[in-house]
Write a protein that binds this ligand. Structure first.
Ligand code: FES
Length: 157
C-alpha cells in the first residue's frame, strides 16, 4: 500500500522544510503530520517521509518508535492515553487504568472491537501537578477519578 500526503498535507510539509535549517529537525513535525493525515505511523509512511527527506527509513523509524506519542498501529476513534509515570502512579493511575480496562473491556494496547476506543499507558504527559492525567485524542483530563473518567467517556459521541 502506498501513502502520500493530501494537497494540504504536502503544503504543510513544504512549510516545515522551509522553516528548519536541517532536514533531521523536520522528522518530529513530519511524523506529527503523518499521524494527523493517516491516523498512525505505518511502515509505508516511514518509507514515504524518508524519501521526502532523503534520509534512511531506519532513522525515521528510530524516532517514531522512541516517542510514545506516535502510534505505530491504527488506533480507535478515541485514543485514551493514561499517564503511568511517578506522580500519576502515586495518585492512583494503575487503579484508574484497571477501571478503564474493565469499563472498555480491553487491556492497555488494545482497541475495542467496534473501533471506538484504544487504551494506552504512556509516559509523563507534562501535567504532573494535576495528576492523575489522561489524554483523549488532543484533550487533557486532569485530577482524574473513576467518576470523572466515566463522565468523560460517557459524554463522547
Ligand atoms: S507523571 Fe503523569 S503527567 Fe507527569
Amino acid at each position: 500500500m502506498s501513502v502520500a500526503f493530501s494537497d494540504a498535507g504536502r503544503k504543510e510539509f513544504e512549510r516545515l522544510l522551509a522553516r528548519y535549517p536541517e532536514k533531521e529537525a523536520v522528522i518530529l513535525p513530519a511524523l506529527h503530520l503523518v499521524q494527523k493525515e493517516f491516523g498512525y505511523v505505518s511502515d509505508e509512511a516511514i518509507v514515504y517521509i524518508a524519501g521526502l527527506l532523503s534520509v534512511a527509513p531506519a532513522q525515521i523509524e528510530g524516532v517514531a518508535t522512541f516517542y510514545t506519542m506516535y502510534n505505530r498501529k491504527p488506533v480507535g476513534k478515541y485514543h485514551v492515553q493514561v499517564c503511568r509515570n511517578l506522580s500519576c502512579s502515586l495518585m492512583g493511575a494503575e487503579h484508574l487504568i484497571g477501571h478503564l480496562s474493565r469499563k472498555l473491556g480491553i487491556e492497555p494496547g488494545e482497541t475495542t472491537p467496534d473501533g471506538k476506543f484504544t487504551l494506552s499507558e504512556v509516559e509523563c504527559l507534562g501535567s504532573c501537578g494535576t495528576a492523575p492525567v489522561m489524554q483523549v485524542n488532543d484533550e487533557y483530563h486532569e485530577n482524574l477519578t473513576e467518576e470523572s473518567i466515566d463522565a468523560v467517556l460517557d459524554g463522547l459521541p
